[in-house]
Design a protein around this ligand. Structure first.
Ligand code: AHM
Ligand code: MG
Length: 337
């Protein structure tokens, strides 16, 4: 039973046995993500000082090279996972190809691969708006002790064993699932500890918020245009409120708490939308379903899509169940566009 005073470390240990493949390996992996998140959080919080300590590409007064924060976050997460020798492969939105870990070491018995978007929404950093880290964990499908292969990463989202995000917002939170509900932990920055603050998070079935970049409206398919007009109509609990941060993690987090829908549809400019199936949509879709929400590309469940490449993009509609279903109904009414 969730205890609100519990730390994330205690929660991970206490829930280890409820995980069906439990060997402690997944717990150690989530602990490493927790650690890297704290390090990245520390750096993100200093972002506004960049003019004082030096911009990316420059050298600061201590003679250290400054890095862009997304590059920094990428390195921190990869290094933490590599050094602890707890995964056999990593794929990152920031890397062209996947990374194989300890392929020469016959004793590497690690069975998990991690896919990560180290700092999503990073264009928001310069203006002090929330950003996030998104992660997704699978069991490898190739034999343990051999080098990982592309197919270990190209698994349907429904095969995820865990997924989560860190939101670096007004407070920093780590929210994750191992397939048994969604729990959120808030960082107490004074002592560097995450505490369980949001046990068993659930999407309200209905919501009143829609989140979409309406600047792209003219390029959207007809079904999406009709749905947006539906959100704006005066009828019953409509018009809905429009809220778009432009930071997927933050938009999703708010919608999960308050009830809402997030849309990044395809457009006449981007036939598959913008978001990446493996690093963004699958983990967020897994969390959504675990929180009683829904995630779709407009027609198909996101978690059922068979990936064909690491950096594949996909249209993404995610949020409160009834809202996503309503949007899907508009999509199927206007199939030809
Ligand atoms: P990124 O991976 O380059 O940061 O892009 C992903 C982000 C999402 O967090 C956000 O929802 C979306 O891009 C915003 O895109 P746009 O500016 O086109 O509305
Ligand atoms: Mg991203």
């Amino acid at each position: 039973m969730a205890n609100k005073n519990q730390t994330l470390g205690e929660f991970i240990i206490e829930n280890q046995n409820s995980f069906k493949y439990s060997s402690g390996e997944l717990s150690r992996l989530i602990n490493s993500i927790r650690l890297a998140a704290k390090v990245v959080n520390h750096e993100v919080n200093k972002a506004g000082l960049v003019d004082i300590i030096g911009a990316a590409g420059e050298t600061n007064i201590q003679g250290e090279d400054q890095q862009k924060l997304d590059v920094y976050a990428n390195e921190k997460f990869i290094k933490t996972l590599k050094n602890r020798n707890i995964v056999c492969g990593i794929a990152s939105e920031e890397e062209d190809d996947f990374i194989t870990i300890n392929s020469q070491d016959k004793n590497n018995q690690n069975k998990y691969v991690v896919l990560i978007d180290p700092l999503d929404g990073s264009s928001n950093i310069d203006v002090n708006v929330s950003v996030g880290t998104i992660f997704s964990i699978y069991r490898r499908i190739t034999p343990i002790g051999t080098p990982v292969e592309l197919k270990d990463f190209l698994q349907e989202g429904s095969k995820q064993v865990a997924a989560g995000y860190v939101v670096y917002g007004t407070s920093t939170m780590l929210v994750y699932t191992t397939g048994d509900g969604v729990n959120g932990f808030t960082l107490n920055p004074a002592i560097g500890t995450f505490y369980l603050s949001h046990p068993n998070m659930q999407f309200p079935e209905n919501g009143k918020i829609y989140s979409v970049n309406e600047g792209n409206y003219i390029h959207f398919p007809t079904g999406i245009k009709k749905y947006i007009k539906y959100c704006q109509e005066e009828d019953g609990d409509r018009p809905y409120t429009s809220r778009y941060i432009g930071s997927l993690v933050s938009d999703f987090h708010r919608n999960m708490i308050k009830g809402g829908i997030y849309l990044y549809p395809k457009s006449s400019k981007n036939s598959n939308g913008k978001l990446r199936l493996l690093y963004e949509c699958n983990p967020i879709a897994f969390l959504a379903e675990q929180a009683n929400g829904k995630a779709s590309d407009g027609y198909t469940r996101i978690l059922d899509i068979k990936p064909t490449e690491l950096h594949q993009r996909v249209p993404f509609i995610c949020g409160s169940k009834n809202m996503v279903e309503k949007c899907e109904a508009f999509m199927s009414d206007f199939l030809e566009n």
